[in-house]
Ligand binder design. Structure first.
Ligand code: FSX
Ligand code: SF4
Ligand code: F3S
Length: 382
């Protein structure tokens, strides 16, 4: 008599998603579709993203803090929808993070050394904050080591180094002239380029998408000349700004609270650095709190916080350099140079297909909500 072989047990990797992330499976799949689109992949890649998020071995992450305000960590932890901080903490194994770990003193140092030894050559080093090089690094010591010694020690056996925030990426706010502490970027200390995710603070989705790219494709994303992933920093803010039509029509706010400002007109004359700053802020917004949740959306000019040589370097209300455009005297130019990376249109397409993706619902709502009842007549601008 033939023997009946027992059926192999199958386990659905998505089974635990609802419990672990508090996110319905359907929403999780839509979210994965959004991440795939953000990486420049097609909708067909969504299952691979879901697979990587649910089954890939969680990479060990050593997270160092130096000269900064902890806003990078705060922005990751304060994201609301869809429980981003849970997703990040689920996707990575955060083995050392000075402001989040319970351990202190010698215990904390031991945890760092143990994680580095156990994951030699495989862990990701994330650095938040600039590194003070003045007076031989005496401005910042942790566990008896200077920031310079610590970052070199941790980078030696890392699989990848990520500089998160503008401080770690290019010096940021602590490096503002005259830079008395010699605040320097990670790349300068290590003497080699590193992946950077600038912004003060950076958008947490750009960090998550970078990590997911690493998990799904086994490599870091394509970078620009400043080490930034092109999926997030490939286009000027000015290319995707909801106020762009006002710029092209010559309608500018010239004072905070004036008629143009209240009408939502372009903030170029108030010093907006969107025309010389590369970032996806207008496409993916911040904090998932709804319409207008990015600097220009709230009525303040972009200060260029993601851009070396602009943020914390140029006066906030000084006029921006126009990298690709000049304000037309009468008509918009028929075509402009465009960067690479996600556009409002591509993100909106994902929203239409998936119904939910990286703050897109809020983005679309904002666009609708921002329509003035009666568009001001051309020529009203100042
Ligand atoms: Fe703060 Fe991070 Fe700014 Fe710097 O973000 S938000 S000062 S970029 O390193 O903590
Ligand atoms: Fe938007 Fe600023 Fe460009 Fe005006 S100058 S369109 S506010 S990015
Ligand atoms: Fe920074 Fe400008 Fe975006 S100030 S957050 S780069 S809109």
């Amino acid at each position: 008599m033939p023997r009946t072989l027992p059926l192999a047990k199958t386990t659905d990797p998505l089974d635990g998603v609802e419990r672990r992330l508090g996110m319905p499976r359907r929403d999780f799949m839509k979210f994965c579709a959004g991440l795939a689109a953000a990486m420049g992949l097609s909708q067909a890649a969504a299952p691979a993203v879901a697979q990587a998020l649910t089954t890939a071995k969680r990479p060990s992450v050593i997270w160092l803090h130096f000269q900064e305000c902890t806003g990078c960590s705060e922005s990751l932890l304060r994201a609301e929808h869809p429980t981003l901080e849970k997703l990040i903490l689920d996707v990575i194994s955060l083995d050392y993070h000075e402001t989040l770990m319970a351990a202190a003193g010698h215990q904390a140092e031991e945890a760092r050394l143990a994680a580095m030894a156990a994951n030699k050559g495989q862990y990701i080093l994330v650095v938040e904050g600039a590194i003070p090089t003045g007076q031989n690094g005496a401005f910042c010591k942790i566990g008896g080591k200077t920031a310079i010694e610590l970052v070199k020690e941790c980078a030696a056996d890392a699989a990848a180094v990520i500089a998160i925030g503008s401080c770690a990426s290019w010096g940021g706010m602590p490096s503002t002239s005259p830079n008395p502490t010699g605040a320097s970027p990670v790349s300068e200390i290590l003497g080699k380029p590193v992946l950077t995710i600038p912004g003060c603070p950076p958008n947490p989705y750009n960090f998550l998408t970078t990590v997911v790219h690493y998990l799904v494709l086994g490599k870091l994303p394509e970078l620009d000349s400043k080490g930034r992933p092109t999926f997030a920093y490939g286009r000027l803010i000015h290319e995707n700004c909801e106020r762009r039509a006002h710029f092209d029509a010559g309608r500018f706010a010239t004072e905070f609270g004036d008629e143009g400002h209240r009408q939502g007109w372009c903030l170029y004359k108030l010093g907006c650095k969107g025309p010389e700053t590369y970032a996806n802020c207008p496409s993916i917004l911040f904090g998932d709190v709804g319409t207008g949740s990015w600097p220009v959306g709230t009525g303040h000019p972009c200060i260029g916080c993601t851009e070396k040589g602009v943020g914390f370097a140029k006066p906030i209300h000084a006029l921006a350099e126009l990298l690709t455009v000049t304000p037309p005297t009468q008509f918009a130019r028929p075509a402009e140079n465009q960067g690479k990376g996600s556009t409002l249109a591509t993100v909106a397409t994902v929203a239409a297909v998936g119904g939910l993706a990286i703050g897109v619902g809020a983005r679309l709502a904002k666009n609708l909500g921002n329509q003035p009842d009666e568009p001001p007549a051309a020529g009203d601008g100042k």
